[in-house]
Design a protein around this ligand. Sequence first.
Ligand code: NAD
Ligand code: UDX
Length: 458
Amino acid sequence: MKFKKKILCIGAGYVGAPSMVMIACKCPDYKVTVVDINHQRIDAWNSDQLPVYEPGLDEIVQKTRGQNLFFSTDIENQIKENDIIFVCVNTPTKTFGAGAGMAADLQYWEKTARQILENSQSSKIVIEKSTLPIKTALAMERILASGKGDITFDVLSNPEFMAEGTAIDDLENPDRVLIGSRETKSGLKARSQLVDIYARWVSPEKIITANIWSAELSKLVANAFLAQRVSSINSISALCEKADADISEVARAVGMDSRIGSKFLKAGIGFGGSCFKKDILNLVYLCHFYGLPEVADYWENVVKINEYQQDRFIANILQSMFNTLAGKKICLLGFAFKADTGDTRESPAIHITRKLLAEHAEVVISDPKALGNAAIDLAQDGGQISYVEDPYRAVAGCHALAIMTDWDLYRRLDYRKIYKSMIKPAFIFDGRNIIDQQKCFEIGFNVFPIGKPALSRL
Ligand code: NAD
Ligand code: UDX
């Protein structure tokens, strides 16, 4: 079959692959190829066991793979063959040298830019889909312009706003698609080519264009604002616990103000995920770079409150369980950083597990999708850890259970049966405020919610 357009994505991770799956699904006359240096990952994308769990993803991959969607490790040839190239490689926080612990590590990004330059035999549109510091497009342009000949490259910024666990719905019905470009003749022409792709399924008023620096910055700012709301409500949850107020009631009352809105006001054990912390630290680093220490401090506090919330949760477990956890068995229900994903990157459960192990507790971890990743995260940690998928078996014989992830499954467990199988006095630390806390108290548990008075007989 002759395809109308050929599109390549470099980086087959949580974002690159699902975004391309959606393009392939909505544009059957385009050939979409996703490449990665990680052979195992590409093999998994070509198998029945996809490397990413995302509701609805399997079905679309089944429909498109081998038709107009292809996964490959042949990066060089694919660069030659495609004129529209999305780049969605990882941009983690730098762990070494200048800016360590804060700036974005752009080594994968730069390698990709050089690879594109080395293998290009025709002009290309290169689209930043990774989340990047402001002005990265300039660096990309400079690398790409260092080649010889009359091949030209237009660099666009098209940050991705999808969230894990809802990726398919977010990609299919985005609040907006943002495309940043240079305002030159060729920049605008490249931009309109990308607009045409999204226009296949996204209504025109939702496809917004901007200058390239605004587009790059908007992504960091959107994540910083979302994370700020979580830290704001979590900071107030600490006050509620002291003052006998109820964080759910406060969040409802505050969120019903249409100027504020009700989303992202769920108090819990703090935000996790690969994006929020990294992107805020990246923003903080940029503010310092541009000589704005007050602005940097303002945003850094969002991360500090997140760490405080996790430490507070552990301190509460320790204090409620008579100031000793040594030899006690504690079950963590959930390990993923949120529901409907197997991703555990920056999951608060990692930090909480380590703190429990430091107190010499025995930790039993349960999760419907994330046990493989949990075992990798904790592979180097000493202490007693076990992994049990079935929540009833995981909890049996434990002194306490702590809810780490808002999986719907945990709302519907038979807590009477669970209570019977646990050591008494039995404790529940509801790190997500998702269970019927009053009912569990009536069953016999001592229940410790977030941001609400404890329901305890002790
Ligand atoms: P990921 O680690 O899951 O995927 C990145 C992939 O890029 C990996 O498979 C890696 O092997 C591959 N890669 C690295 N260097 C390469 C190279 N030179 N050539 C080919 N492949 C290479 O990361 P992710 O979660 O998909 O995130 C990717 C980007 O998208 C990041 O910048 C992130 O900030 C951004 N983002 C992530 C999310 C999210 O929810 N995870 C949402 C929006 C944006
Ligand atoms: C985030 C952004 O939402 C998304 O737009 C961006 O593209 C990538 O980063 P993601 O990290 O996948 O997405 O998940 P998100 O739904 O934002 O949740 C992040 C963390 O905040 C999770 O740990 C979640 O449990 C926590 N959270 C979220 C809360 O604790 N309370 C809330 O009210 C909302």
